[in-house]
Design a protein around this ligand. Structure first.
Ligand code: IPD
Ligand code: CA
Ligand code: CA
Length: 262
C-alpha cells in the first residue's frame, strides 16, 4: 500500500510540474477569460481551469483509481479509498487584481480523513506541506505555530462569503470580535491564511461557509504544526472553521460562541 509520505510527494511533484508550465507573472494577460460564478465578486479564470485540468492529469498518471474532487468541476468517485481534493487557485480575486496572495491547494484523503496536504503560494514560491503524524514544513523546513496566549493582542485572519446575505451575518460576528482582539486580516486565500497560521505569522483564523477544497490541506498543515482546528456545523446551515495556535483555542471558542449569539 502507498504511504502517506509517497502521496504527499506526488502532490509536491504535481505542484512543481503544473507551476513550471504556467506563467504566473503575466496574470493580467493570462486572465483575459474572466468569468463570474455565484456573485459579481466570485471570479473564475482560464488559469483556474488550466491548473485544475493539469493537476488532474498529473494525478491520473500516478494514481489511476483514486477519487478526485476539484472546485472547478473535476470529479471521479474512485475505488481505492483515496481522494484528491483540489482548489486550483485559492484567492482568484487576488490573482485577477494582481495582488500577490493566491495559492494552489491539494489535499489527500484516505478513508475519509485528510492524511497529506500541499499548499503552494503561486506568487512567492513558498510551498507548505504536511503528512498526518509527521509535522508540517515550508520549503522543506519544519514549521510551528507561535505561542501568543493573549487574545487582546492576537492577529486573526478571516474571510467573507461571495453571497451578500452571508456577509451581513459575517459582518455581525466581526462587529463583536473586532473590539476584543489585537487586529483582523482579510488577505483573500483561506488556504494560505491557514499556512501563515502554521508558520506563526498569524495567531488564529476563522471563516464561516468555506468549502472543503478551501481548507482541507491548510487545516492539516495547521494541526501538524501544533495548532488546533475545529469545524462546527450549527443551525441554519452555518458551518464554521476555527483554527488557532492552540494556546488561544479555549478563549477563541468562547469569543466565537458569544459572537454567534449576537
Ligand atoms: C476563496 C478564498 C477566500 C475565502 C472565500 C473562498 P476562491 O476561495 O479562500 O479567502 O474568504 O470564502 O471562497 O474562491 O478564491 O477559491
Ligand atoms: Ca478557494
Ligand atoms: Ca478557487
Amino acid at each position: 500500500m502507498i504511504s502517506y509520505h509517497e502521496l504527499r510527494d506526488i502532490a509536491l511533484e504535481c505542484v512543481a510540474s503544473v507551476t513550471s508550465t504556467i506563467n504566473i507573472c503575466s496574470t493580467k494577460e493570462q486572465s483575459t477569460d474572466i468569468k463570474k460564478k455565484s456573485s459579481s465578486s466570485d471570479y473564475v479564470t482560464s488559469l483556474d481551469r488550466q491548473i485544475e485540468s493539469e493537476t488532474v492529469q498529473f494525478i491520473r498518471k500516478n494514481r489511476t483509481s483514486d477519487g478526485i474532487l476539484g472546485e472547478e468541476g473535476a470529479y471521479a468517485s474512485g475505488t481505492s479509498g483515496i481522494r484528491w481534493i483540489i482548489d486550483p487557485i485559492d484567492g482568484t480575486s487576488n490573482f485577477v487584481y494582481g495582488v500577490p496572495y493566491f495559492s494552489i491547494s491539494i489535499a489527500i484523503e484516505a478513508d475519509g480523513k485528510i492524511v497529506a496536504g500541499v499548499v503552494a503560494d503561486l506568487s512567492s514560491n513558498d510551498v507548505f506541506d504536511a503528512v498526518k503524524g509527521h509535522g508540517s514544513r515550508c520549503n522543506n523546513e519544519i514549521i510551528t505555530v507561535n505561542d501568543n496566549d493573549s487574545l487582546q493582542s492576537a492577529i486573526i485572519a478571516t474571510g467573507f462569503s461571495y453571497r451578500p446575505e452571508r456577509r451581513e451575518f459575517q459582518g455581525g460576528m466581526l462587529q463583536h470580535i473586532l473590539p476584543r482582539i489585537g487586529d483582523i486580516r482579510r488577505f483573500g486565500s483561506a488556504a494560505l491564511d491557514l499556512c501563515w497560521l502554521a508558520t506563526g505569522r498569524l495567531d488564529a483564523f476563522y471563516e464561516e461557509g468555506l468549502n472543503l477544497w478551501d481548507y482541507a490541506a491548510g487545516s492539516l498543515i495547521v494541526s501538524e504544526a501544533g495548532g488546533t482546528v475545529r469545524t462546527t456545523n450549527l443551525a441554519h446551515g452555518i458551518n464554521l472553521l476555527l483554527a488557532t495556535n492552540t494556546r488561544l483555542d479555549k478563549e477563541f471558542q468562547i469569543l466565537i460562541n458569544n459572537a454567534l449569539q449576537h
